[in-house]
Design a protein around this ligand. Structure first.
Ligand SMILES: [Zn+2]
Length: 286
Protein backbone atom coordinates (compact mmCIF):
# COMPACT_ATOMS: atom_id res chain seq x y z
CA UNK A 1 0.00 0.00 0.00
CA UNK A 2 1.43 3.41 -0.91
CA UNK A 3 0.40 6.93 0.03
CA UNK A 4 -1.61 7.80 -3.07
CA UNK A 5 -3.66 4.57 -2.82
CA UNK A 6 -4.19 5.39 0.86
CA UNK A 7 -5.44 8.88 0.00
CA UNK A 8 -7.93 7.31 -2.41
CA UNK A 9 -9.24 5.08 0.39
CA UNK A 10 -9.49 8.12 2.67
CA UNK A 11 -11.50 10.04 0.05
CA UNK A 12 -13.93 7.18 -0.34
CA UNK A 13 -14.32 6.83 3.45
CA UNK A 14 -12.96 3.27 3.44
CA UNK A 15 -9.70 3.88 5.25
CA UNK A 16 -8.68 1.59 8.09
CA UNK A 17 -8.85 3.32 11.52
CA UNK A 18 -5.21 2.57 12.35
CA UNK A 19 -2.37 3.23 9.92
CA UNK A 20 1.37 2.81 10.21
CA UNK A 21 3.28 5.34 8.10
CA UNK A 22 6.78 3.87 7.90
CA UNK A 23 9.96 4.16 5.88
CA UNK A 24 11.42 7.36 4.41
CA UNK A 25 12.85 9.84 6.92
CA UNK A 26 11.17 11.63 9.80
CA UNK A 27 10.35 14.79 7.85
CA UNK A 28 8.73 12.77 5.06
CA UNK A 29 6.68 10.73 7.54
CA UNK A 30 5.43 13.93 9.14
CA UNK A 31 4.62 15.48 5.79
CA UNK A 32 2.65 12.35 4.82
CA UNK A 33 0.70 12.52 8.12
CA UNK A 34 -0.25 16.15 7.46
CA UNK A 35 -1.35 15.35 3.93
CA UNK A 36 -3.44 12.41 5.08
CA UNK A 37 -4.84 14.42 8.03
CA UNK A 38 -5.96 17.18 5.66
CA UNK A 39 -7.47 14.62 3.33
CA UNK A 40 -9.50 13.14 6.21
CA UNK A 41 -10.70 16.42 7.75
CA UNK A 42 -11.09 18.57 4.62
CA UNK A 43 -14.51 20.02 3.82
CA UNK A 44 -14.04 21.42 0.31
CA UNK A 45 -16.31 24.03 -1.24
CA UNK A 46 -18.56 22.61 -3.98
CA UNK A 47 -16.41 24.22 -6.68
CA UNK A 48 -13.29 22.67 -5.23
CA UNK A 49 -14.12 19.02 -4.73
CA UNK A 50 -10.73 17.35 -4.46
CA UNK A 51 -9.69 16.48 -0.92
CA UNK A 52 -7.47 17.89 0.46
CA UNK A 53 -8.45 21.22 -1.14
CA UNK A 54 -5.68 23.04 0.72
CA UNK A 55 -7.80 26.14 1.32
CA UNK A 56 -10.76 25.29 3.59
CA UNK A 57 -10.77 26.15 7.30
CA UNK A 58 -9.72 22.58 8.12
CA UNK A 59 -6.89 22.22 5.59
CA UNK A 60 -5.37 25.56 6.54
CA UNK A 61 -5.08 24.68 10.23
CA UNK A 62 -3.90 21.08 10.18
CA UNK A 63 -0.32 21.35 11.41
CA UNK A 64 2.11 20.46 14.14
CA UNK A 65 0.94 23.16 16.55
CA UNK A 66 4.47 24.27 17.30
CA UNK A 67 4.68 25.91 13.88
CA UNK A 68 2.54 28.83 15.10
CA UNK A 69 -0.97 29.55 16.32
CA UNK A 70 -2.40 29.34 12.78
CA UNK A 71 -1.39 25.73 12.47
CA UNK A 72 -3.74 24.31 15.05
CA UNK A 73 -6.83 22.20 14.48
CA UNK A 74 -8.59 20.79 17.56
CA UNK A 75 -9.46 17.56 15.71
CA UNK A 76 -5.90 16.90 14.53
CA UNK A 77 -3.84 15.96 17.55
CA UNK A 78 -0.21 14.96 17.78
CA UNK A 79 1.53 12.95 20.49
CA UNK A 80 5.27 13.62 20.62
CA UNK A 81 7.77 11.47 22.52
CA UNK A 82 7.81 12.97 26.04
CA UNK A 83 10.79 11.18 27.59
CA UNK A 84 14.29 10.79 26.22
CA UNK A 85 13.73 7.51 24.41
CA UNK A 86 10.15 6.62 25.31
CA UNK A 87 6.61 7.80 24.73
CA UNK A 88 5.26 7.21 28.23
CA UNK A 89 2.03 5.48 29.18
CA UNK A 90 0.92 8.61 31.11
CA UNK A 91 1.33 10.89 28.10
CA UNK A 92 -0.30 8.31 25.82
CA UNK A 93 -3.34 7.85 28.06
CA UNK A 94 -3.80 11.62 28.39
CA UNK A 95 -3.57 11.89 24.59
CA UNK A 96 -6.05 9.08 23.97
CA UNK A 97 -8.62 10.73 26.24
CA UNK A 98 -9.10 13.10 23.30
CA UNK A 99 -10.75 10.17 21.52
CA UNK A 100 -13.47 9.90 24.18
CA UNK A 101 -15.17 13.09 22.98
CA UNK A 102 -16.91 13.99 19.72
CA UNK A 103 -15.04 16.15 17.18
CA UNK A 104 -14.96 19.90 17.83
CA UNK A 105 -15.20 21.20 14.30
CA UNK A 106 -14.58 18.54 11.65
CA UNK A 107 -16.62 15.46 10.84
CA UNK A 108 -13.94 13.18 12.28
CA UNK A 109 -10.73 13.13 14.29
CA UNK A 110 -7.10 12.34 13.47
CA UNK A 111 -4.57 11.29 16.10
CA UNK A 112 -0.90 11.20 15.17
CA UNK A 113 1.71 9.35 17.22
CA UNK A 114 4.90 10.96 16.00
CA UNK A 115 7.40 8.32 17.19
CA UNK A 116 5.32 5.17 17.53
CA UNK A 117 8.50 3.05 17.74
CA UNK A 118 9.09 4.60 21.19
CA UNK A 119 5.69 3.70 22.67
CA UNK A 120 6.24 1.82 25.93
CA UNK A 121 4.58 -1.61 26.15
CA UNK A 122 1.87 -0.22 28.42
CA UNK A 123 1.33 2.76 26.13
CA UNK A 124 0.94 0.48 23.11
CA UNK A 125 -1.57 -1.62 25.03
CA UNK A 126 -3.63 1.46 25.93
CA UNK A 127 -3.78 2.28 22.23
CA UNK A 128 -4.68 -1.30 21.32
CA UNK A 129 -7.53 -1.30 23.78
CA UNK A 130 -8.94 1.85 22.21
CA UNK A 131 -8.64 0.35 18.71
CA UNK A 132 -10.43 -2.77 19.87
CA UNK A 133 -13.25 -0.92 21.62
CA UNK A 134 -13.65 2.42 19.88
CA UNK A 135 -15.97 4.77 21.83
CA UNK A 136 -19.03 6.01 19.94
CA UNK A 137 -19.47 6.23 16.19
CA UNK A 138 -17.07 9.07 15.42
CA UNK A 139 -14.75 8.47 12.45
CA UNK A 140 -11.32 8.37 14.05
CA UNK A 141 -7.98 7.67 12.46
CA UNK A 142 -4.73 6.92 14.22
CA UNK A 143 -1.53 7.56 12.28
CA UNK A 144 1.46 5.76 13.77
CA UNK A 145 4.76 7.10 12.44
CA UNK A 146 7.83 4.87 12.71
CA UNK A 147 11.06 4.16 10.80
CA UNK A 148 9.87 0.59 10.19
CA UNK A 149 6.58 -1.20 10.83
CA UNK A 150 8.64 -3.93 12.48
CA UNK A 151 9.54 -1.49 15.27
CA UNK A 152 5.96 -1.84 16.55
CA UNK A 153 4.46 -4.67 18.59
CA UNK A 154 2.98 -7.46 16.42
CA UNK A 155 -0.41 -6.94 18.09
CA UNK A 156 -0.42 -3.32 16.97
CA UNK A 157 0.79 -4.23 13.47
CA UNK A 158 -1.94 -6.79 13.01
CA UNK A 159 -4.58 -4.12 13.75
CA UNK A 160 -3.11 -1.55 11.39
CA UNK A 161 -2.62 -0.97 7.70
CA UNK A 162 1.07 -0.36 6.95
CA UNK A 163 1.97 2.25 4.36
CA UNK A 164 5.57 2.24 3.18
CA UNK A 165 6.79 5.70 2.18
CA UNK A 166 10.05 4.65 0.53
CA UNK A 167 13.58 3.94 1.71
CA UNK A 168 14.32 7.53 2.64
CA UNK A 169 17.03 9.86 1.52
CA UNK A 170 20.37 8.18 1.71
CA UNK A 171 23.44 8.46 -0.49
CA UNK A 172 22.77 7.09 -3.95
CA UNK A 173 19.16 8.34 -4.16
CA UNK A 174 19.72 8.93 -7.89
CA UNK A 175 20.44 5.23 -8.17
CA UNK A 176 16.80 4.48 -7.37
CA UNK A 177 15.50 6.44 -10.36
CA UNK A 178 18.03 4.76 -12.64
CA UNK A 179 17.24 1.29 -11.28
CA UNK A 180 13.49 1.99 -11.61
CA UNK A 181 14.02 2.87 -15.28
CA UNK A 182 16.00 -0.36 -15.78
CA UNK A 183 13.30 -2.37 -14.06
CA UNK A 184 10.72 -0.79 -16.35
CA UNK A 185 12.82 -1.74 -19.39
CA UNK A 186 13.25 -5.32 -18.23
CA UNK A 187 9.49 -5.57 -17.69
CA UNK A 188 8.73 -4.12 -21.14
CA UNK A 189 11.12 -6.63 -22.75
CA UNK A 190 9.43 -9.43 -20.83
CA UNK A 191 5.93 -8.35 -21.86
CA UNK A 192 7.14 -8.18 -25.46
CA UNK A 193 9.10 -11.44 -25.57
CA UNK A 194 7.81 -13.48 -22.59
CA UNK A 195 11.30 -14.81 -22.11
CA UNK A 196 11.81 -15.83 -18.48
CA UNK A 197 15.34 -14.46 -18.80
CA UNK A 198 13.90 -10.94 -18.79
CA UNK A 199 12.31 -11.64 -15.41
CA UNK A 200 15.71 -12.74 -14.10
CA UNK A 201 17.06 -9.43 -15.41
CA UNK A 202 14.35 -7.63 -13.41
CA UNK A 203 15.38 -9.52 -10.26
CA UNK A 204 19.01 -8.59 -10.90
CA UNK A 205 18.05 -4.91 -11.14
CA UNK A 206 16.30 -5.19 -7.76
CA UNK A 207 19.35 -6.85 -6.25
CA UNK A 208 21.49 -3.97 -7.51
CA UNK A 209 24.58 -3.17 -5.51
CA UNK A 210 22.89 -3.16 -2.10
CA UNK A 211 24.58 -4.92 0.84
CA UNK A 212 22.95 -8.33 1.25
CA UNK A 213 25.49 -10.00 3.56
CA UNK A 214 23.67 -9.28 6.81
CA UNK A 215 20.57 -11.52 6.87
CA UNK A 216 19.00 -9.38 9.59
CA UNK A 217 19.29 -6.12 7.67
CA UNK A 218 16.05 -4.77 6.24
CA UNK A 219 17.83 -1.99 4.36
CA UNK A 220 18.47 -3.87 1.06
CA UNK A 221 14.85 -5.04 0.96
CA UNK A 222 13.57 -1.54 1.57
CA UNK A 223 15.86 -0.34 -1.19
CA UNK A 224 14.52 -2.97 -3.61
CA UNK A 225 10.92 -2.13 -2.62
CA UNK A 226 11.60 1.55 -3.28
CA UNK A 227 12.80 0.71 -6.80
CA UNK A 228 9.58 -1.22 -7.45
CA UNK A 229 7.46 1.65 -6.02
CA UNK A 230 9.30 4.20 -8.11
CA UNK A 231 8.80 2.07 -11.22
CA UNK A 232 5.07 1.68 -10.40
CA UNK A 233 4.73 5.45 -10.03
CA UNK A 234 6.02 5.96 -13.56
CA UNK A 235 3.86 3.31 -15.21
CA UNK A 236 0.65 4.17 -17.08
CA UNK A 237 -0.96 0.71 -17.07
CA UNK A 238 -2.96 0.13 -13.84
CA UNK A 239 -2.49 -3.67 -13.98
CA UNK A 240 1.29 -3.24 -14.15
CA UNK A 241 1.17 -0.63 -11.37
CA UNK A 242 -0.79 -2.99 -9.13
CA UNK A 243 1.62 -5.84 -9.80
CA UNK A 244 4.62 -3.64 -8.96
CA UNK A 245 2.99 -2.42 -5.72
CA UNK A 246 2.31 -6.04 -4.74
CA UNK A 247 5.93 -6.85 -5.54
CA UNK A 248 7.12 -3.97 -3.32
CA UNK A 249 5.00 -5.23 -0.48
CA UNK A 250 6.39 -8.79 -0.88
CA UNK A 251 9.91 -7.41 -0.76
CA UNK A 252 9.18 -5.68 2.55
CA UNK A 253 8.03 -9.01 3.99
CA UNK A 254 11.06 -10.85 2.60
CA UNK A 255 13.47 -10.46 5.57
CA UNK A 256 11.52 -13.26 7.26
CA UNK A 257 12.36 -15.66 4.42
CA UNK A 258 15.96 -14.49 4.44
CA UNK A 259 16.22 -15.33 8.14
CA UNK A 260 15.18 -18.87 7.29
CA UNK A 261 18.35 -19.12 5.22
CA UNK A 262 16.94 -18.64 1.72
CA UNK A 263 19.47 -16.77 -0.45
CA UNK A 264 18.36 -13.25 -1.47
CA UNK A 265 18.60 -14.06 -5.21
CA UNK A 266 16.07 -16.89 -4.84
CA UNK A 267 13.68 -14.67 -2.87
CA UNK A 268 13.94 -11.85 -5.40
CA UNK A 269 13.40 -14.18 -8.37
CA UNK A 270 10.45 -15.82 -6.63
CA UNK A 271 8.77 -12.52 -5.85
CA UNK A 272 9.35 -11.15 -9.34
CA UNK A 273 7.98 -14.23 -11.05
CA UNK A 274 4.99 -14.46 -8.66
CA UNK A 275 3.95 -10.86 -9.21
CA UNK A 276 5.05 -10.10 -12.76
CA UNK A 277 4.97 -13.35 -14.76
CA UNK A 278 1.15 -13.37 -14.77
CA UNK A 279 1.05 -10.00 -16.49
CA UNK A 280 2.23 -11.52 -19.72
CA UNK A 281 -0.57 -14.10 -19.60
CA UNK A 282 -3.20 -11.42 -19.10
CA UNK A 283 -1.56 -9.49 -21.91
CA UNK A 284 -1.66 -12.51 -24.21
CA UNK A 285 -5.37 -13.14 -23.63
CA UNK A 286 -7.49 -12.11 -26.63
ZN1 LIG B 1 -9.84 21.45 2.59
Amino acid sequence: MDLSATMELARSGRLYPSLILHGADEAERRAAALELGRCLLCDPSPSDRVRPCGSCRHCRRVGWGSAGADAFHPDFQVLERDLKTVTSVEATKAFLRGAQVTPFEAAGQVFVIASAETLSGEAANALLKLLEEPPGKTQRHFLLLAPSQFDLLPTLRSRSLAIFLGAGSRPGGDGVARAAAELGQALESYLGSRHAGELLAAATVLKGSAKWDDARSRAPWEHAATIALECAGGHADPAVRRALLALASDLLEAPRLRLRGIPPERILEGAVSRRLAGLALADAAP
